[in-house]
Every structure is written in C-alpha cells, then in structure tokens.
Design a protein around this ligand. Structure first.
Ligand code: ATR
Length: 266
C-alpha cells in the first residue's frame, strides 16, 4: 500500500526521540497489512507539551500516538477516557483518538513486560525482586501482581519504594540482593551508560534465576547473569510487545509479530 494524502497519522511522542525504535516496526506493520498509515517520531517541547499535543489532536487525520519519557504521566490530563490499567499504574503510553475526537488512554507497557517475562518463567507464585520505583516499575509491579507473583521492591530512594509498595500491596526490600529470589527485574536506567556503577554485586546471581532488564541494549547485568547460568533478557521484546498491543488498539488488527521481531533484532 502506498502512503497517500488519505493516510492516517500515528506517532511516538517524547523528548528526546531520536533513538526510538518504534517507527521501524510500526511502519513495517502498517505496510505489511496494507494500511494507508504512517508512524512518525515527534520530539515535543517539554515546557509546552500539553498545548502542543492539543494542537496535534486537532489535526484531522491524526489518529493516535505512543508516549514515552517524559510525557507518560503528563498526558493523563488530556485524556477523556482512561483505561483501568492507566488509572492503577498512573501513566499511559498509548493514545487513541476516536473518529468522534474522543481521546482514549491506555497502558500497554505492563502487558508488553508480562508477555515477554512469561516466556522466561510463569510468574505465578514466584518471588520477584523489582529494582526501581519509577513509572516503569509501577507497570512491572502491576503486571507481576496481576499474574500472581510475590513482589518485593527496592529503590535507591527508599521513600519511593515504600509509596509504590503501599499502592500495590507488595513488600519493600532493604537492599538490592538477588539471593533467594526466583527473578530480579531492573527497571532503573542503570546499565544504559557504560560508566554506570553496578546496582549490586552481580556475582550474587544464581544459576537458574531469571534476570530481566527493561533497558533494551546489552547491559552488564544481563551479560553477567547469562555468564552465571541465569535466564537473562533485556527489554527489546517488551518494547515490541507493548507496540504490538498499541497497534491492536489503534487498528483492531494483529500485526506479524515474528517478522517485526526479526526486523527489530537487526
Ligand atoms: P521510568 O519512567 O523509566 O521508570 P523514572 O520514573 O525517572 O523513570 O524512574 C527512574 C528510576 O531509576 C528510579 O527508581 C530511580 O531511583 P530514585 O527514585 O532513587 O531516583 C532509578 N535510578 C536512576 N538512576 C539510578 C542510579 N544511578 N542508581 C539507582 N537507581 C537509579
């Protein structure tokens, strides 16, 4: 399908946005399904995010967007309808503008995480240590709780861990020590920069543990965990799966996930 003047416009909205991988697979999905639609990276100004997005929503062929850092919480003020998960997690990564102009907000991060994590282990009854207490941690904890895991949260700033734990009815861990857990999930940005000091002594990771890092590049945590015989993965597939769920919300169609995964891995 050729993209012509009748195309619907979708986007990923964030700041910065240069490094986003979402346009790669979302555009491939539109093309593969023969949809007259286009997915663009849009770097919105941090100071005037709300008024800029309101303007974008007035563009008649604008049909929806993903939201990324730092707009996932701020977008809530612009929603007409918030999904139950958005209410609980407190952030949205998917906006759909209906043909009537209603702004619907969804969160697909939790489901993207849960789908990928469940490929590594069935979360039900597992003891999971979640590192971090930001927006991503909230989506991860929501997903793990919903799937029946037993969750502990550790955060550098303990007050934030206590707040998250009380919001979701989970426990607080005093230190980031993986021993005794079935799985460890890193939701902090540690590992994105090579100079980051490790979050904990990675030699404490035990064979057979699951180690999940939401960061989507290779990280020292994942590399070291693999060396120690853990089942370790980064968040690249979580990125794909959350995007696939957004795509389904926008179009009602199932994209070719296997093909998109191949493309993304390249
Ligand atoms: P996101 O939406 O990606 O979760 P966020 O809400 O800014 O981003 O949360 C970032 C998380 O990474 C927080 O848990 C933060 O810890 P603090 O609450 O103490 O700030 C954590 N984080 C960031 N840099 C860190 C570091 N160098 N060591 C430990 N934790 C770090």
């Amino acid at each position: 399908m050729r993209v012509d003047g009748g195309a619907l416009l979708y986007a990923v909205v964030g700041n910065p946005i240069k490094h986003s991988l979402s346009p790669v697979f979302q555009n491939a999905a539109f093309e593969r399904l023969g949809l007259n639609a286009l997915y663009a990276p849009l770097e919105l100004p941090v100071e005037t995010f709300e008024e800029t997005l309101r303007g974008l929503l007035k563009v008649s062929n604008f049909a929806g967007c993903n939201l990324t850092v730092p707009f996932k919480e701020r977008v809530l003020a612009l929603g007409d309808r918030l999904s139950e998960e958005v209410e609980k997690i407190g952030s949205a990564n998917t906006l759909k503008k209906t043909p009537e102009g209603t702004v619907e907000l969804y969160n697909t991060d939790w489901l993207g995480f849960l789908k990928h994590f469940s490929e590594l282990t069935d979360p039900k009854g597992k003891k999971v240590l979640v590192l971090g207490a930001g927006g991503t941690a909230r989506a991860v904890v929501y997903a793990l709780k919903r799937a029946g895991a037993r969750v502990w949260v550790w955060n550098r700033t303990p007050s934030k861990a206590r707040k998250l734990a009380s919001d979701f009815g989970v426990a607080v861990a005093d230190r980031p020590d993986p021993r005794g857990f079935d799985a460890v999930v890193n939701t902090t940005s540690v590992g994105m920069r090579p100079q980051d000091p490790p979050l904990f002594d990675y030699s404490l990771i035990e064979p057979g543990q699951v180690v999940y890092d939401v960061v989507y590049e290779k990280t020292p945590l994942v590399e070291e965990a693999k060396r120690r015989g853990a089942r370790a993965e980064n968040g690249l597939k979580m990125l794909l799966y959350q995007g696939v769920e957004s795509f389904k919300i926008w179009t009602g169609l199932e994209p070719p996930v296997g093909e998109l995964w191949k493309l993304l891995k390249e």
